[in-house]
Design a binder for this molecule. Structure first.
Ligand SMILES: NC(=O)c1ccc[n+]([C@@H]2O[C@H](COP(=O)([O-])OP(=O)(O)OC[C@H]3O[C@@H](n4cnc5c(N)ncnc54)[C@H](O)[C@@H]3O)[C@@H](O)[C@H]2O)c1
Length: 333
């Protein structure tokens, strides 16, 4: 088992990474603690059963994962159930699911009785390599993603690779596109694993390296004042592709297309296209440039005329280049 320590000005916390999730839960959950477990309902029953056997007063709250979980009505319902069942600050929440459930529970944790601890157990590749660290959480409001949210790190993160056995191929690869992004922009050895088509064989190393890459950034700029923007490589166009597709493209797939756009004239472009195609990323071949640029103008992270474009000139090294949005014209087609 590997342990990665994440430093945060709010609290330091470990990520435990191993092959078998139940083994990790055995050593890292405590039978004397009462847990409220928000669980993705697609997960096998052996996980909630283990928690109930360990701590019989704990409660399991199963719900459907996905964007619908990141909603105020779900948040309000969970808060009511916590109150009805007298959960207090000495009890603990567990977020047990993909990035959507991690974001939901992170927000409940930040706000219930002004703060109750939570443990994060990511069950998707995206949850493992991205959403589990850095502390961000959020809910969607009126169709705006993450319209409210806080930065609130978990007490610990438990990553067991075997929980991915039930995850479908498309979601599995979707998360790995964020790892590919971290490789290309921050860690050449990680990128090379993808280039050699070895990401499944070396899955644990891929997850480990992605976590280290993200850790190195968020530890320096937890509140996204500057450097943390570097994690947005591929995201400027990625968000535009995602909304233009009406969310039929998954986030990682949209980021894959976003990376292609900003890498068009780079010598690694052909390799990147090969990797994305091999991993079944839907490559968007025809789109309306003007529509994409308008979407970038309206993105919450842009200040309407200028965007912090992340560019990779040398594999493993990203730069933040403030760019006039009008100068993006011509990059896409
Ligand atoms: N807070 C952050 O730093 C951060 C970073 C990246 C993404 N996110 C958020 O994460 C969300 C996306 O997360 P995601 O891609 O993990 O998707 P998700 O949580 O929506 O899960 C995707 C699908 O996989 C299912 N699922 C989850 N684990 C499974 C398993 N082990 N077996 C079978 N099915 C399983 C879910 O039910 C769902 O249908 C977005 O809302 C995004 O905003 C947050």
């Amino acid at each position: 088992m590997e342990e990665i320590k994440i430093h945060s000005k709010r609290r330091d916390y470990p990520v435990i990474l191993g092959d078998n999730l139940l083994e990790i839960m055995k050593s890292d959950l405590d039978g004397d603690i009462r847990y409220f477990v928000v669980l993705d309902d697609k997960l096998p029953s052996k996980y909630p059963k283990f928690i109930k056997d360990l701590s019989p007063n704990s409660m399991i709250y199963a719900l459907q994962g996905g964007e619908t979980a990141k909603a105020f009505d779900v948040y309000a319902k969970i808060t009511s159930v916590l109150l009805e069942n007298n959960f207090s600050k000495k009890d603990m929440l567990i977020a047990f699911g993909g990035g959507s459930i991690l974001d939901l529970v992170g927000y409940v944790s930040a706000t219930y009785k002004r703060g109750i601890d939570f443990i994060s157990i990511p069950t998707t590749t995206l949850g493992m390599v991205d959403a589990s660290i850095g502390g961000k959480n959020g809910l969607n409001v009126d169709g705006v993603k993450n319209a409210v949210g806080t930065i609130n790190p978990p007490l610990k993160v438990l990553v067991g690779l075997d929980v991915l056995e039930t995850l479908d191929q498309r979601n599995f690869n979707n998360g790995l596109f964020e790892s590919l992004k971290m490789g290309l922009s921050l860690d050449k050895d990680l990128y090379d694993i993808f280039k050699d088509a070895q990401e499944r064989t070396y899955l644990k190393e891929v997850i480990y390296r992605s976590l280290i890459a993200k850790k190195n950034v968020v530890e320096q700029d937890e509140d996204e004042k500057g450097l943390r923007k570097i994690l947005n490589f591929g995201h400027t166009f990625g968000h535009a592709f995602e909304s233009a597709s009406n969310y039929s493209l998954l986030h990682g797939e949209a980021v894959g297309n976003g990376m292609l756009v900003v890498s068009k004239n780079k010598d690694y472009y052909a390799d990147l296209l090969d990797i994305l195609s091999r991993m079944n990323c839907p490559i968007v071949s025809s789109f309306n440039e003007e529509d994409l640029i308008n979407r970038i103008k309206n993105d919450k992270k842009a200040d309407k005329t200028v965007v912090d474009l992340i560019v990779v000139n040398e594999i493993g090294k990203a730069e933040i280049i403030p760019t006039k949005i009008d100068d993006l014209k011509g990059m896409v087609n």
